[in-house]
Design a protein around this ligand. Sequence first.
Ligand SMILES: *[C@@H]1O[C@H](CO)[C@@H](O)[C@H](O)[C@H]1NC(C)=O
Ligand SMILES: *[C@@H]1O[C@H](CO)[C@@H](O)[C@H](O)[C@H]1NC(C)=O
Ligand SMILES: *[C@@H]1O[C@H](CO)[C@@H](O)[C@H](O)[C@H]1NC(C)=O
Ligand SMILES: *[C@@H]1O[C@H](CO)[C@@H](O)[C@H](O)[C@H]1NC(C)=O
Length: 385
Amino acid sequence: MCHNGNMLFQLILLANVVFFGYASVNGCHPRLLKDCYCGLVYQHTDNSPHFVVNCTNTGFHNTSMLEMLPEETEWLIFTGNHIPVLDSNIFGEDAILNKLSVIDMTNNGIREIKGKAFHKVTNVKRLILNHNDISISENDKENFHHPRVFSNFYNIEELHLTNAFADNTGDQVTQDLHDIFVNSNLTQLYKLHLEQNEIKSFKDSSIFCDLPKLHDLHLGSNVIQSINFNIDCIKMIRYIDLEQNNITKFTQKDLDSFDRATKRNTAGLRLNINGNPFKCDSAVKNLYGWLVQTKVNVDDKFGLECHHARYGKKYIMNLKNFADAKNARMSKAITVLLVVLTIVFISLVAGFIYLRKTSVKNKLSPIFNSITRKVHYTHIESQDV
Ligand SMILES: *[C@@H]1O[C@H](CO)[C@@H](O)[C@H](O)[C@H]1NC(C)=O
Ligand SMILES: *[C@@H]1O[C@H](CO)[C@@H](O)[C@H](O)[C@H]1NC(C)=O
Ligand SMILES: *[C@@H]1O[C@H](CO)[C@@H](O)[C@H](O)[C@H]1NC(C)=O
Ligand SMILES: *[C@@H]1O[C@H](CO)[C@@H](O)[C@H](O)[C@H]1NC(C)=O
């Protein structure tokens, strides 16, 4: 009995190795994809299995194997390779990839994306190009500057461009991104990640106006100094991440546009402004009062910090504590002022009375006299009775 059980167990083990062992080691039929993994992978993001082709750290220097992508591919994970140039038609002329919904090309040292690099990507919903060195050159129209680089992604919902661009291209990135947004017809784009791209400002304030469905805008870890982009035109905006930037203050206009955004949307607006070097004094003047009463959902609003210089030293303070202390000092000052004013007033009145003592006495003496007399008479009358 025990022996039979053991045999059965070993058989199952063997079947596993034969069946799934091969599948998990490779599972990719095309020879060029032999270093990748191909097969169903259960995804926690939507609780269902997807056919994944996963070429992570496979040491590829070109994308020729992507022309062999199986038709059933739903997710393409192609990360940690070394692909300086994404050539035109990376999936080949004859590709049929109707099921492809996710392309992840993180960390491939991509410097250049040729026009039409991506095609047959009608159903892709998520494109990830994080941690690359994509450069923008005004002279080279075949470069990322090519304004229709994302134009075949008709149904794209998420674009991840965290640390995607070459260093020191922050300014140009924002300039060119607007061209790209205008020309690429990204009508379904819901989520846009642009963190860690050294973005200082936006030359064109309408940069995000051509993304009619944009809900989540991630601009964290840049060096943005002020909100010089139009928020009113992003009709569906629901979350703006401005964490870890270089914002020293918000204008009343900025705060009003956040308020308008929260009114537009049933879910309201969520805002992350942590880790910015707000100036304490100006933050107390407008930001703090706004934070206290706004309907905008500001992350950790009473944990916000501000920068204060005193006696040539710089301090980082909690904004709420700073504002409360300032208010306390203010009401103390007002109390002291009131007390001083009251004392001054009383002294003035006393001084006035003292100075006019004689004249007052003179004016009052006839009344005193009459009263005394009256009392006298009354006294006599009562004695009469
Ligand atoms: C792809 O493979 C890498 C390395 O084996 C693994 O860490 C990663 O989770 C895989 N990704 C997916 C989506 O299966
Ligand atoms: C692409 O890379 C593979 C190895 O990954 C190599 O065998 C092939 O020759 C390369 N193709 C081109 C066009 O460079
Ligand atoms: C933009 O995309 C929508 C569908 O998302 C489509 O109806 C429209 O024709 C496209 N416009 C252009 C100029 O490609
Ligand atoms: C942040 O802004 C200040 C001016 O407010 C500027 O002097 C500084 O260089 C900026 N920092 C970065 C990293 O751009």
